[in-house]
Ligand binder design. Structure first.
Ligand SMILES: [Zn+2]
Ligand SMILES: [Zn+2]
Length: 117
């Protein structure tokens, strides 16, 4: 796992909430080929396929700090508040999040509902 060869076989990240599947090239806090980027959490990243810029990469998702579910960074699937939480855990422990976070989630729910309809 720790070996860094230039031709690592493609691994696949799957969001266990929405089912998003995407190949990822790296899991951790410091993506290779980036100058000084250290992520706030260990996450699944992939090179941005739409840009030739080697420093550009996409964060696909991460693992929930409570239940270790693999979740994508989509706002319907996870929330980052000091750590990554999947929406299942967020909803389960909503009362333990600060009011600001609760308010933002409520706002998000409303706006996504509006966007769908
Ligand atoms: Zn997802
Ligand atoms: Zn969770």
């Amino acid at each position: 796992m720790e070996q860094s060869t230039s031709e690592t076989p493609q691994k696949t990240f799957t969001c266990q909430l929405c089912g998003l599947v995407s190949p990822y090239s790296y899991y951790g806090q410091k993506p290779p080929n980036t100058r000084a980027i250290v992520l706030l959490e260990e996450c699944f990243v992939t090179k941005d396929p739409f840009t030739p810029d080697k420093e550009k990469f996409l964060v696909l998702g991460s693992t929930c700090s409570l239940c270790s579910l693999c979740v994508c960074v989509g706002s319907d699937c996870s929330l980052f508040y000091t750590k990554r939480f999947c929406m299942k855990c967020v909803n389960k422990h909503l009362d333990q999040f600060p009011h600001q976070v609760q308010a933002e989630l409520a706002k998000k729910k409303q706006s996504s509902r509006a966007a769908i309809s």
